[in-house]
Design a protein around this ligand. Structure first.
Ligand SMILES: Cc1ncc(COP(=O)(O)O)c(C=O)c1O
Length: 456
């Protein structure tokens, strides 16, 4: 039987308001959660009981036919919105032509096309080369290997509060939550963590503590830095910090690796967040929004750095042709339309959230750029409760940091949708203030398991 209320793709994309038709979660969602609970890895960090079925633009429908306004975008991945027709068409065309042939052993034209396109948009002057991966963490691993190989140095520096991934090398750089390391030690040796991400104190700490007392600067291969803290709380650095870090790297011959896996691909209204600070990295890492949801990452390096010999690094699937096709379509859309949209719509969204902070005591900070916006709540349990209350009213957001809710909607978000999102968020805060956070968090535990929301 056809569902008389079912919307076409275009009708779904045109919605500004969520449309909830069952209790949340609905019966089909509950059945999926029960099945999932039996057979999937319990390590998967689930935020709440959302069970997606299909999406269009900034709207996403669950398996019970409930339409949600999506300010999460699959953790900042669906950059061009759900199922953008141009991206879907590029994927279809490529899938019908060639699904796979490994660029590690042969010459894949679309792999080179994408590396060429990445060179055009890279935030550094001079030629670049790229190594393509299936994920963000693999791009981080590739950069760690290239940095050691190229410099002959063994140490890495990263920052307390940062997230760089979960495989052994990248999780050794990660220092946002102890649980990512718990039970997994020993980690990769040779990583030094520096406090005060984003603040001038960290530059002094590097010179006065790290290089004087821990490891000599001339043995440090690379400093890995998120240009904007993602999982660590959607925090932007002080304006002079990245340039000071760049100078420090240049002084000591250390490679500056910008992890733009979350902050890149137009998320902040610039193609790369480092552009906001006038900094040129030596290596840039991309992932998440690069291919609108197809699995793809990139390690882009200055051409003169990427001199490792044939066979030094490769990947069976990395740079899969279908993912490359999606990325080429994604980059075109971001360049032509979505940087401007992220700036315009994100600017209005942030303005409204700052106004909301003025009148809503549960909110202690609203800050961001483009469509990368963090809202700090009074405490972790309040943040959990507001996230859940918003979900039950049809708005998807995601926790990060200690008590931050991140807003990372698709870059196609419309002003009308942004206004609706702020209204629902406002109502969610008011409900939590009235009823107390425990009421919401208990309900959430019941639905999605007792773990605290995560997701990077
Ligand atoms: C800044 C940053 N680096 C690295 C990663 C790891 O990417 P992935 O989950 O694709 O391995 C993430 C996200 O998870 C991230 O936000």
């Amino acid at each position: 039987m056809t569902d008389a209320l079912a919307l076409s793709h275009d009708e779904l994309a045109a919605l500004d308001e969520p449309r909830l038709r069952t209790a949340i979660p609905g019966p089909k969602a509950k059945a999926v959660i029960r099945q999932d609970d039996r057979v999937t890895s319990p390590s998967l960090p689930r935020a709440y009981a959302f069970v997606p079925d299909r999406g269009a633009g900034s709207m996403i429908e669950d398996v019970d036919g409930n339409d949600f306004l999506d300010f999460n975008a699959g953790i900042a991945v669906c950059s061009t919105g759900h199922a953008h027709p141009a991206v879907v068409e590029a994927i279809r065309e490529q899938a019908g032509r060639l699904l796979h042939f490994s660029a590690s052993d042969f010459f894949l034209p679309i792999y080179a096309d994408l590396c060429e396109r990445l060179d055009e948009i890279a935030p550094m002057t001079g030629p670049t080369r790229s190594f393509l991966t299936n994920s963000g963490t693999e791009a981080v691993e590739a950069a760690m290997k290239l940095a050691r190989h190229r410099t002959g140095r063994q140490y890495f520096v990263s920052f307390v509060g940062s997230f760089h991934g979960r495989s052994y090398g990248s999780v050794s750089l990660t220092a946002s939550k102890a649980k990512y390391h718990q039970g997994f030690g020993p980690l990769l040796p040779g990583v030094v963590h520096v406090p005060h991400w984003g603040e001038p104190e960290s530059i002094d700490y590097l010179e006065q503590v790290v290089f004087k007392r821990l490891v000599p600067a001339e043995e440090v291969a690379a400093i890995f830095v998120e240009a904007v803290l993602g999982e660590g709380g959607y925090v932007f650095p002080e304006p002079g910090w990245l340039p000071a870090l760049r100078d420090l790297c240049t002084r000591h011959g250390i490679l500056f690796v910008a992890d733009e896996i979350q902050s890149g691909m137009g998320r902040t209204g610039k193609m790369w967040a480092v552009e906001r600070y006038g900094v040129e990295p030596d290596i840039v890492l991309a992932g998440k929004g690069l291919a609108s949801g197809m699995p793809l990452g990139a390690m882009m390096a200055r051409g003169k750095l990427m001199t490792w010999p044939m066979g030094a690094h490769g990947s069976t699937f990395g740079g899969n042709p279908v993912s490359c096709a999606a990325a080429l379509a994604t980059i075109d859309l971001i360049e032509k339309e979505l940087l401007a949209n992220a700036t315009d719509v994100g600017g209005g969204l942030l303005r409204d959230l700052i106004a909301l902070r003025e009148r809503q005591p549960l909110i202690t900070r609203a800050a961001g750029a483009g469509l990368m916006i963090g809202i700090d709540l009074a405490s972790p349990i309040v943040a959990d409760a507001v996230e859940l209350a918003a979900f039950h009213s049809g708005l998807l957001t995601l926790r990060c940091g200690d008590s931050t809710i991140r807003m990372s909607p698709p870059l196609v978000l419309r002003a009308g949708q942004a206004e609706v999102g702020v209204r629902i968020f406002d109502e969610a805060c008011r409900m939590v203030a009235e009823r107390g956070p425990e009421a919401f968090v208990r309900a959430g535990e019941h639905e999605a398991g007792p773990d605290v929301p995560e997701g990077a």
